[in-house]
Design a protein around this ligand. Structure first.
Ligand SMILES: O=P(O)(O)OC[C@@H](O)[C@@H](O)c1c[nH]c2ccccc12
Length: 260
């Protein structure tokens, strides 16, 4: 079992839900990466999704897009992120999940990247523009380094495809909650409960909900129907505003209420 999956299962075994914040590496400069990751793990997050900025992103809403532009303007590259992470890997206690597109990985060299990523504490990968059918390009190298390849399962896929993606996903299943782009939302479709139940029936790998989750109530409501949440835009904005109170409240909503 991948370390990523094991960590999430350990969290949910206590009744807590997994909480995975998304951050944009290099937003505010790469010097900010270490304090941000250490602060998030101090707040009790389960894992951290580390976004690598890309010139041509898919599915990014305005918040993530702007953060990506800031990070690129600061000179952030995949190689620099990996090097920066390696510099403080001995202080990192949670699994990191890198989100990057396929081209930067190919430019780096798949084997070299997998080796360096592992040494940087990366235990999972999300590659939004890589279809499952093409995952053999990277899968053997990741597998050799114990890096889980997480699949995004979109609501719009056919049920046959949903089943295939769910069964293939490693570490956790990234269940996309909406049809559309990333970004904070007010409400979600009522049928999501049924959808998540179906996903869970295909696999014992944890199912995490992501896209649009932005309030403690969202975190609790999704926690009631799946194994945890990924929060991106709200975290990116809060970090940019140095608003750690909001982040702490979101993380707390994923935990079982303390016994009084
Ligand atoms: O921002 P949101 O709505 O909270 O959603 C998470 C999302 O930002 C993050 O996981 C992500 C950022 N870029 C992506 C591209 C594809 C899939 C997922 C992502």
């Amino acid at each position: 079992m991948s370390q990523l999956k094991e960590t999430i299962l350990k969290t949910t075994a206590n009744g807590d839900k997994a909480f995975v914040p998304y951050i944009m590496a290099g937003d505010g400069g790469l010097d900010k990466l270490q304090p941000t990751i250490l602060k998030l793990q101090e707040l009790g997050v389960t894992a951290i999704e580390v976004g690598i900025p890309f010139t041509d992103p898919v599915a990014d809403g305005p918040t993530i897009e702007r953060a990506g532009e800031r990070a690129l303007a600061a000179g952030t590259t995949l190689r620099k992120v990996v090097e920066t992470l390696q510099g403080f890997v001995d202080q990192v206690t949670v699994p990191l999940v890198a989100m990057t597109y396929l081209n930067p990985i190919l430019a780096y060299g798949v084997e070299d990247f997998a080796r360096d990523a592992k040494a940087a504490g990366i235990r999972g990968m999300i590659i939004p523009d890589m279809p499952l059918e093409e995952s053999e390009i990277v899968h053997p190298a990741f597998k050799a380094e114990g890096i889980a390849l997480v699949q995004l399962v979109s609501l719009a896929s056919s049920s046959e495809r949903i089943e295939r993606l769910t069964k293939a996903s490693e570490g956790f299943i990234y269940a996309v909650t909406v049809n559309g782009i990333t970004g904070a939302r007010q409400s979600f479709a009522d049928e999501l409960g049924e959808h998540f139940k179906k996903l869970q029936s295909y696999t014992d790998t944890p199912v995490l909900a992501g896209f649009g989750i932005s309030t403690p109530d969202h975190v609790r409501n999704f926690g009631a129907i799946c194994d945890g949440v990924i929060v991106g835009s709200k975290i990116v904005d809060s970090i940019a505003n140095d608003d750690w109170v909001t982040i702490e409240e979101l993380v707390k909503a994923s935990k079982v209420a303390p016994v009084k």
